[in-house]
Design a protein around this ligand. Structure first.
Ligand SMILES: [Zn+2]
Length: 463
């Protein structure tokens, strides 16, 4: 095989997106994401890179979620010397996401050492904030739909997927047109949603990688706002707090947008809305800078994206203020990261809020296997936070409709925008049951050649 693709992550699972392309005598990584959730997956973050980082010529990044970009600082620290190509929106979001991840890694290691709950002595961070800052200087922004040479005659182009500010699918081919086209689908967004535009149509591809997070599910959109209103009103009536763990970039925006809409429609009282994530607050600013990429329903007025400004919006900056919010009574809405409750400030809110039956915890994104979020939505009576068991008395809810990922019908809808079937389509970024269900559906509805790769599989590429 002259040109190959090796699946180094997000194969039969939803995190750790990382694909190694060996073509034109070069090595290119598409995404370099962190594994999250199950311990056996997280351990992969510590494993040595299958190829020496110094031998990788370039990285191409689809978007700024940690499960796609989170291991870049470690790659750089271990000797990667090349550039990291991404869109300007992704560059902006990475500038808050990566240093924050490094800081959390350091804090977690420090806490584990102080309290002695890690098996590793001393516990170490995967990477540091400083290593993340060094990584940012390697980012090479490239606008949407502008082919750019990356290595030895290979070029890539970023095309919007409507999944997150700056998110893209990547079209890779030879600049001289002598070989085939490979499309890395990245994460696929949704149709007819606020804030971001719909995913752009597909284009001719010989090999396609497409995500399958919700390959076995449909999002129910119709009554989602009403359900959110009912959850807010029920919790407020009992003087409880509504704690919403949300991915700091992307989901916090959608949550604020929905609450603001309900306030405007007078379906809920204007409650204090604490946004307790410095990263989310930083990220909100980038929506102004990239207003041209947003959906038409998002207007930027007086330098603010007013669609996110709820009546009693309260940004929580310092850790001290965050503790004060934890101690304050309800009713209130607290939006905090991380979205799967795997780390971040939301853990303090959960540790204090979960034992109280007046409170509600609302999940608005996908909860991967092995995360606290998944344990909670599956009905656990207790969860372990910072080495302590916390009993669960609060009501646990989830709204899939606010997800940033296409549901099964939206994946099929997007695939139908391709001018013809690729020679092979690989399902990635999904848990096995979702992938198997989607493959069956695609076999029936499209009759494409669909494969489900395993971790470490190596396949030929027409490059
Ligand atoms: Zn994503």
């Amino acid at each position: 095989m002259s040109s190959t693709l090796t699946f180094l992550g997000a194969a039969r699972t939803v995190t750790g997106s990382r694909y190694l392309v060996e073509a034109a005598g070069r090595r290119i990584l598409v995404d370099c994401g962190m594994f999250q959730g199950l311990k056996e997956l997280r351990l992969r973050n510590w494993a040595d890179s299958p190829v020496p980082p110094a031998t990788i010529d370039a990285v191409v990044l689809t978007h700024a979620h940690l499960d796609h970009c989170g291991m870049l600082p470690r790659l750089v620290a271990q000797g990667f010397k090349g550039r990291i190509f991404c869109t300007p929106g992704t560059q902006d979001l990475c500038s808050v996401v990566l240093p924050d991840a490094g800081r959390l890694q350091e804090e977690e290691a420090e806490r584990a050492n102080r309290k002695g709950y890690s098996k590793h002595r001393p516990a170490k961070p995967l990477f540091t904030e400083e290593q993340a800052m060094v990584t940012l200087s390697r980012l090479q922004p490239v606008g949407y739909e502008r082919p750019i040479p990356i290595a030895n005659g290979l070029e890539v182009e970023f095309i919007p997927t409507g999944h997150l500010l700056g998110a893209a699918y990547v079209r890779m081919r030879r600049a001289d047109g002598t070989a085939g086209t490979v499309i890395f689908g990245g994460d696929l967004g949704r149709y007819n949603r606020p804030i971001l535009q719909d995913p752009a149509a597909g284009s001719k591809a010989d090999v396609l990688l497409v995500e399958s997070t919700y390959g076995d599910r449909e999002h129910l959109n119709g009554d989602e706002q009403d359900r959110l209103a009912a959850i807010i009103n029920d919790t407020a009536a009992q003087q409880g707090k509504l704690i919403i763990p949300a991915f700091a970039i992307g989901r916090v925006e959608e949550v604020l947008y929905s609450i603001k809409k309900l306030e405007d429609a007078k379906k809920i009282l204007a409650l204090p809305v604490y946004v307790d994530s410095p990263m989310a607050l930083e990220a909100l600013k980038f929506y102004q800078r990239h207003a041209g990429e947003l959906d038409n329903d998002i207007a930027v007025r007086r330098g603010e994206v007013s669609a996110f400004c709820t009546a009693r919006f309260t940004p929580v900056a310092s850790a001290q203020e965050s503790r004060a919010v934890t101690e304050r009574g309800g009713p209130a809405i607290i939006v905090s990261a991380s979205g799967m409750a795997t780390g971040g400030r939301v853990l303090h809110h959960l540790a204090s809020g979960l034992p109280d039956a007046r409170n509600t915890v609302l999940f608005v994104g996908f909860q991967a296997a092995g995360t606290r979020g998944r344990q909670l939505i599956e009905g656990s009576h207790e969860v372990k936070i910072h080495g302590q068991f916390v009993p669960v008395a609060a009501r646990i809810e989830k709204l899939n409709g606010m997800s940033a990922h296409a549901d099964a019908s939206e994946i099929v809808r997007w695939l139908r925008t391709f001018p013809g079937p690729p020679a092979v389509t690989y399902l990635v970024h999904g848990e096995p049951s979702a992938q198997d269900t989607l493959k069956t559906r695609l076999d029936r509805e499209l009759a494409w050649n669909v494969q489900i790769p395993r971790h470490g599989d190596r396949v030929p590429l027409p490059l």
